[in-house]
Design a protein around this ligand. Structure first.
Ligand code: DC
Length: 219
């Protein structure tokens, strides 16, 4: 069994690259960001306040979360309810900071993520996969892209629904909030940096597959 770990900031293209890589290798795919988002959805629904880390942690430890790991069929359920679309709502994107900056909550999510990736061949992506969740992964990649490219990609994803200032906040503001407890801007020892600024998704995947080949996990 192998793990390929991919970290990077929002807009670096890591979800697309991770999903495509998993598909190419017949491996499973874990979107750890979706798990952080799911906690935010659950807390919002339960009326938990953003300034109540104890209640957020309690929720996180007891929630009934089910996330699919098929790269071609992504869905996520909370106590049986499908929240696949809900986790992408702007309100959730704003709330999730209260989850990702909560160390006890992170510990619980890391525990669940390790359990999931121990069950098979995985491509897992997030912010702390190469350093905390799977530091022993056969392939560890930090995917970067310059801020302009990341804003352009996120703008295209959102269908130009947000203005330039809104985009800047989503990219630069989130990087700042997200990096309070984890460092995903500098590659840790043994982590390979791939700059996707001028690469297509297929070119990024080709580089990851080359690393997987060198690591001896694919022929
Ligand atoms: O990648 P994303 O935008 O779906 O991530 C949602 C949030 O969760 C974002 O604020 C970063 C955070 N996150 C994290 O802190 N650690 C991870 N492994 C994955 C996501």
């Amino acid at each position: 069994m192998f793990t390929i770990a991919i970290d990077g900031p929002s807009g670096s293209g890591k979800s697309t690259a991770a999903r495509l890589t998993a598909r190419r290798l017949g491996a499973q795919y874990l979107d750890t960001g979706a798990m952080y988002r799911a906690v935010a959805v659950g807390c919002l629904d339960s009326g938990i306040h953003q300034d109540d880390p104890v209640a957020i942690t309690d929720y996180c430890r007891t929630m009934d979360l089910d996330i699919s790991t098929d790269p071609d069929d992504q869905h996520i359920r909370l106590a049986g309810r499908d929240i696949t679309a809900a986790i992408r709502e702007p309100e959730v994107s704003a709330w999730v900071r209260a989850v990702s900056t909560n160390p006890d909550c992170r510990e619980e999510l890391v525990r669940r993520q390790r359990e999931i990736i121990a069950s098979g061949d995985f491509v897992a992506e997030g912010r702390d996969i190469t350093t905390v969740v799977a530091p022993d992964a056969a392939v560890r990649v930090l995917l970067t892209a310059d801020p302009q490219a990341r804003m352009r990609r996120r703008g295209a994803e959102l269908g130009d629904k947000v203005d330039a200032a809104g985009l800047r906040d989503q990219i630069i503001g989130r990087d700042l909030a997200d990096s309070t407890l984890v460092n995903f801007t500098v590659a840790a020892d043994g982590v390979v940096t791939i700059d996707s600024t001028d690469l297509t998704p297929d070119q990024v995947v080709a580089q990851i597959l080359l690393l997987a080949h060198r690591a001896g996990i694919v022929r």
